[in-house]
Write a protein that binds this ligand. Sequence first.
Ligand code: ADP
Ligand code: MG
Length: 793
Amino acid sequence: MGFGKINPATEEEHVTREELKARLIRPIARELADGAQDRVVAGGLEKLIQNLGQPFPEVGRVLAGYRQMDVEARKAQLKKALELLGDRVVQNPSQPTEPRQATPGSRSPVPEALSFDTPIEALNLGPGGKKKLAELGIRVVRDLLHYYPRRYEDRRTLQGVREVEDGAKATLVGKVLSRELVKTPKKGIQLVQVRFMDGWGWKFTGIWFNQPWVLKQMPEGASMVLSGRVQKRGGNVSLMVEYFEDEGGESLSTGRIVPVYPSREGIGQAFLRRAAWRALEAFQAIPDPLAHLPQSLLPLDKALRQVHFPDSEEKLEQALYRLKFDEFLLLELKVMLQSGGSALLGRMFRVSPEMVERFRSILPFKLTGAQERVLSEILADMQSERQMARLVQGDVGSGKTAVAAAALYVAAQNGAQGALMAPTEILAKQHFENLTRYLYPLGVSLDLLVGSMSASEKRSVQERLKSGQTQVVVGTHALIQDGVEFCDLGLAVIDEEHRFGVLQRRRLLGQRPDVLVMSATPIPRSLALTMYGDLEVSQIDELPPGRTPIKTKILTQKTRTQAYAFARQEIKKGHQVFVVTPMIEEGESEATAELAAATRLREELEVLLPEVRIDLLHGKMKVEEKDAVMERFKQGAFDLLVSTTVIEVGVDIPQATLMIIENAERFGLAQLHQLRGRVGRGGLESYCILIAGETSKRTMERLRVIEESTDGFYIAEQDLRLRGPGELRGLRQSGMPDLRLGDLASDQEIIEQSRALAKAILEADPYLDQPEHALLKRELQARAEAIGFREVI
Ligand code: ADP
Ligand code: MG
């Protein structure tokens, strides 16, 4: 392959005066359009003129001292300069900047009445156009307008080679003069070197490492846009190219902030820009689905234009804000509509200060500030005519049950029945004991209903429920089985909601009681609001005083046995130990693999700790078997429990002081935090040891979050940040919203605002039937699949 090397002395250096003029006009015109703020040119307009304006001294004189002028004077001088340069049109600054050259390709007519649902064929993008766009999932105009750039390149002022600085990033436009492939003999590196000439006639070299295919894309005479890092050696400028594309004589690709779209091979950026431009151009004014636009929002028309072809960073930011807002709004609307939303009426409870005070008086402790706040949120819901639908989140031991007890007491005082449903029998029993402690002294009659009770026991509970004799019932799924009838169910409390299926919950909720869901899975508020759009969220983000945080330490495979030496010491003190192991094999079914791993670990520990009594809990056990193991552990029948991840959330083992987690990196952070919450339930100093199966930087960074913090909400935020929302436990299957722009980790403010608007809209128009919401409804339908929803309750 003979890529002839051209001697620099013979290179053609011919740049006409006209070309130079044209290159000067663009930044000056943009400066004028930008309101003469002197921010279009890096380093100031005057600097540019000094560098490039030498052939036109009269222009230099007109713009001398530009920075010191006031805005009006600047505008006047800019216009003069443009006239001197012979610009035919002095642009009106208020006009949007149409590309100066006509978009290439024929400007075939576009139908007049364009809508979001118009197929993209109508845009006449050429024969291959439709096929290319279809490959990217773009079929109608809506798809195209919402096909957002992946990033942007700032090419408002393309620098000349003379202006770039050594070591800085720069974007240059240049014509290909020559190209060659150089192999360094020592390290075997392949260098592509291409000589370019920029618009002002200066030369530079573009350099690519080990990308020989680039050569083919650099035909002589082609005009390329190149971004990368600058290297200056004497008078020679090289660019270590990181990104490049064919300018294609295309004005959409230079002289502005240029969009770079996600794409695939064979679908060029220039084509995508032209497609977006044509769609925007074809729309006179893009209609806004929001009939009453909140002040903080850009109209959709502007937002869509700016997201594709931003005038400035600020405009782009506003556009993104608006488009994210819409994503979240549609998400909230959809979830609210699916669930029957806020329109459902429930029972209005009467709450008196004395009632609450009486409850407080029987507590052996003072409610924390967070408990008081959440309780008042719950009581406000109970007093309103709407059906309560509230999620109470809080770490294990933060006092959720105590707050739920207060709500159940209020319900009972109002003559209504309350139910608390737990996912397992042992949890139900534990709740029953706790609620009895709180409520029995207040004269509330309680019952327990679980599957293992005898038929006659069950029957008598059912009768008491039906007659209204039982005021509060605690139970498992047994509560929603046939034969269970309430006299007047007013409040349903559901513990650990993720264990219950939608349908199961529906059955309990058939009577439309007020609903309180308690969850110890700390989900960041932003995620909770979108996942459970119809649930209000309360957080108990403070632990009762006097809890000593669980000491947490990371060990590696090498130091792993230290964990078990420590376990031996704890057990000698009469304490108990959990050892949790995740699934470690692939290919087998999950439960089988877990069982194998747990069994192996148990055998290992029996050798390592011969004097210790060990038992096993795993996912293949029946619920009753699991409950029995937990019950025996609670009673101290053995010292160390090896368990797979099925270990029951919420069961108190007061003597358990050590949690060892094998291959801890395989768990989500929120899950690790929950597992750690299994110990330290009895006021004894407690520990958690995380054994890292591998020690990559990422793993250690994640595990350190657990080591350093015991704040469940902080940990959940970090989990979201480090892993992305889809990876949170259990969320992937449930259809995590596939937000294109929205970011759950950082868009909390937008989420809260859009949620408030969604509620207001549905309050005024519960089914979006009013004409002013027709467009919104259409968008909701059209984008439902694109966003992806989860059904709640
Ligand atoms: P959760 O349901 O969030 O796991 P619980 O309501 O079961 O928490 O409370 C855990 C333990 O803390 C219980 O023993 C309870 O009696 C105690 N507790 C709850 N609230 C307080 C408080 N404000 N001060 C002291 N102890 C409390
Ligand atoms: Mg609890």
